[in-house]
Design a protein around this ligand. Sequence first.
Ligand code: SAM
Length: 268
Amino acid sequence: MTTGFTEPAKKHLGQNFLRDTSVIDRIVLAIAPQPGDVIVEIGPGQGALTFPLLKQHGDITAIEFDRDLHAPLQTAARQHGELHLIAGDVLSVNFSELAAQRSDAQGQIRLVGNLPYNLSSPILFHALDHAHAIRDMHFMLQKEVVERMAAGPGSKVYGRLSVMLQAYCSVTPLFIVPPGAFIPAPKVDSAVVRLVPKPHGKIEVADHASFANVVRAAFGQRRKTLRNALHGVADSATLEAAGLRPEARAEQVAVADFVQLANLLAAG
Ligand code: SAM
C-alpha cells in the first residue's frame, strides 16, 4: 500500500500516517459509502484511507497540499479506482462550488479525513461556512478537540468550538484511537467523530456573521460575566430579552440561547 511513497513524514504538515488496519476498517465502516455518494477526503497522505475507500466506492475526490505525494498517490490509486486529486490547501477549496460541480442527487458532498491536527479548527470552521453543501463529515482529530466539540454547558471544555459546531451540526464522537495506530505516533490520543449538518430549514441561526461574533466575544473572556464579555455587542436589556442573565458566564449558556441572542441582535 505504501509503494512509491519515499518521503519522510513532514511534521509541519501534520503528517501522522494511519497504519493500523483495524482502525482504518472501523473508519470505512463508519463512513459506509453508498452508491451515488460524492466522497471528498481531506489530506489523503499516503492513501491509508483513500485506497480502502476507493476499493469500496470506486471514486474519491481528495485534497492534498503536499506536492511530493501527488504522483505516488495517483499511481497507486489506479489499481483501486478513480482518484480525483485536487492539489492545494483545503482552506482555499470552496466546498459549495465542489458540491455544485460534482454532487450527489441532493447536491451534497461527504467530507472525510484524518486531519492535519495543526489545522483542525480552521478546517472545521471552513466546513461550517459550507454546511448546506455537506451531508456529513467523518474526521479523525485529537481526542481533546473531539471532547471540546461535543461538550455541553457547565463542562470545563465547553467553548466556542462546541457552540459553533452544535448550532449547525449534530456531533457524535465514535471511538478513540491510540498513538500507536500512526507513524510517526502523535503525542496524544486521537478520536473519530461524525458531524451531520442540520437540514437547511432546521438551522435556526439567522445571521452567520452575527452569531459567530457573539460567540467569539462571549468566550473571548470566558471568566467574565456576559454583561462584561459582551460589552459593546449586547447590552443587559438585550441579554435579558433573550432570556439570559447578564451575570452568567459564557460557559453556562446553552447553544440555543446563544442562537436566540444572536438572532435578536441581527433583527435589531
Ligand atoms: N489520510 C492520511 C492517513 O490517514 O494516513 C494522512 C493523514 S495526515 C494526519 C494529514 C494529511 O493532510 C497529510 O497528508 C498532509 O500532507 C495533509 N495536509 C496538511 N495540510 C493540508 C492542507 N492545508 N490542505 C490539504 N491537505 C493538507
